[in-house]
Ligand binder design. Structure first.
Ligand SMILES: [Zn+2]
Ligand SMILES: [Zn+2]
Length: 75
């Protein structure tokens, strides 16, 4: 199974839009994958933003790579 290898334009997004601004709700995605992802679809309301520390921690856990694991390979 492939994983997106992009390391540029990474940002932290919310897995659940109605979730909290905690590490468990954070996912690291590159801009391209974010635009294709389901996370982009139900953004009716903006969740509370992540703290800088949570963002840094999420990136470390993701090894500074996009966390997209699209079954069909990368976009
Ligand atoms: Zn990606
Ligand atoms: Zn992807």
């Amino acid at each position: 199974m492939g994983r997106c290898a992009r390391i540029n334009n990474l940002d932290i997004y919310h897995k659940k839009m109605d979730g909290d601004n905690v590490q468990e709700n954070a996912v690291v995605l590159c801009k391209k994958c974010y635009e294709k992802s389901r996370y982009n679809k139900d953004s009716v309301s903006s969740p509370p933003p992540f703290s800088l520390l949570t963002k840094i921690y999420a990136k470390i856990l993701a090894e500074y790579r996009c966390e997209c694991r699209s079954e069909k390979g990368c976009h």
